[in-house]
Design a binder for this molecule. Structure first.
Ligand code: ADP
Length: 401
């Protein structure tokens, strides 16, 4: 029988699940339970041609998993019959020591709990998801895969904040980087697409989803990335500010009377494209720019301009870090689908050896593809990310087969 891995991504109010065959790369089923704890929860799952859904209140993560398993059965994808060999859990922050995919035991849970202050918004729901899934599937190994792992060996000059080194060491403050599973997967796919070994390439990967991050990769190893201690640093994102003068935070705290929680919530949930333009989704933002009210249009345009400006700053900075750039790859929801973002991020950079073929860039194709003209010094690619497959493969590897 073929082997499958159930990949779980547990957030504070949602659980995403995918059943993956690590050997073939096939996704057998994909589902999400959303708005957990709210009155308007919803759950849906697609297995092959069958889609099933529920609109019922889902009180907590325990119930979310129970509902998801029921949906698997309803869709004819009984986990017991599908050769499940592992459950892979996406864990956002591995802290200073956890970076290899690790089989979950009580000691690991304890360590993750100790790390929770480093990622207060992300790790507690992941721990909850792991605990609930271990209870539901106690006989199957559970494996934690860390979003920080790929960047563990970032060169010290890139990983270090220029602050008091004793304080940094005491509190494990460094630039950790996130979306590592995606950056690694996409950079490997880029090399495979070009039919060259990853060791031969100097790459920039732009992961532009709701969260957004950039990385510079030489010979398959990252040398720079835009996220830091937390996933807040770097590019402008759907709801996060990205880079900000830390003076803004102390000023708001001291002068505007905002609490630490208020400021953190604003920077995470009411900043970025939403904070400026009122919308998170780039399709809606685009509609606002084209046909919103006068003030809506101006706000959406400014949000877009700030987003693109920051992205271009990072691309330029990574050129300086790398010296030469063989490949720039766009991935994730915005990067894979929004041709205008790709065009505006790279326009006017012919002097850097970057050009886009307008026709290729506008093509609605979904598969991995080149969007730069033949023979341009830097190849520009669009490659769909697949963090679930990468997590499933990491699980299969750690289980030694
Ligand atoms: P997450 O970071 O939550 O995994 P995704 O990588 O799925 O996010 O990206 C989601 C975002 O991708 C949406 O909020 C939207 O801005 C953008 N997006 C998705 N499809 C399109 C599209 N066809 N055109 C432009 N943007 C899109």
């Amino acid at each position: 029988m073929t082997r499958t891995v159930l990949v779980l991504n547990s957030g504070s109010s949602s659980v995403k699940l995918q059943l993956v065959e690590p050997d073939s790369g096939a996704s057998l089923a994909e589902g999400i339970v959303e708005r957990i704890g709210e009155d308007s929860s919803s759950a849906g799952l697609t297995a092959g041609q069958t889609t099933v859904s529920r609109d019922q209140r889902v009180a907590d993560h325990d119930e979310a998993l129970r509902v998801a398993f029921e949906l698997f059965e309803e869709a004819g994808a009984r986990l017991e019959d599908l050769g499940l060999v592992a459950v892979g859990h996406r864990v956002v922050h591995g802290g200073p020591d956890l970076y290899r995919p690790t089989v979950v035991d009580d000691a690991l849970i304890e360590r993750l709990e100790e790390l929770a202050p480093l990622a207060p918004l992300h790790n507690p729901p992941a721990i909850l998801g792991i605990e609930v899934a271990r209870k539901a599937l106690p006989d199957i190994p559970h494996v934690a895969v860390f979003d920080t792992a790929f960047f563990h060996d970032l060169p010290p000059a890139a990983a270090t904040y220029a602050i008091d080194h004793e304080i940094a060491a005491r509190w494990n403050i460094r630039r950790y980087g996130f979306h590592g599973t995606s950056h690694q997967y996409v950079s490997e796919q880029a090399a495979a697409f070009l039919a060259v070994p990853p060791e031969s390439l100097s790459q920039i990967v732009l992961h532009l989803g709701n969260g957004a991050s950039a990385s510079a990769i030489v010979g398959g190893r990252p040398v720079e990335t835009s996220m830091g201690l937390t996933p807040m640093e770097g590019l402008v994102m759907g709801t996060r500010s990205g880079d900000i003068d830390p003076g803004v935070i102390t000023y708001l705290w001291r002068t505007a009377g905002m609490s630490v929680e208020d400021i953190e919530s604003m920077l995470n949930r009411r900043s970025g494209v939403r904070g400026l333009g009122g919308e998170v989704d780039f399709r809606v933002l685009r509609r606002q720019i084209e046909s919103g009210s006068e003030s809506g249009r101006a706000a959406a345009q400014l949000a877009y301009d700030v987003y693109i400006h920051r992205l271009r700053k990072y691309i330029g900075a990574y050129f300086a870090v790398l010296g030469t750039v063989d490949v720039i790859t766009f991935t994730a929801g915005v990067g894979e689908n929004d041709a205008a973002v790709r065009r505006d991020a790279l326009s006017g950079l012919a002097a850097f050896g970057i050009e886009l073929d307008e026709h290729l860039n506008e093509s609605p194709a979904r598969a991995a593809r080149r969007i730069s003209p033949d023979g341009s010094p830097t190849t520009v690619l669009v490659i769909p990310t697949n963090e679930e497959l990468a997590i499933a493969r990491a699980c299969a590897q750690v289980l030694g087969s």
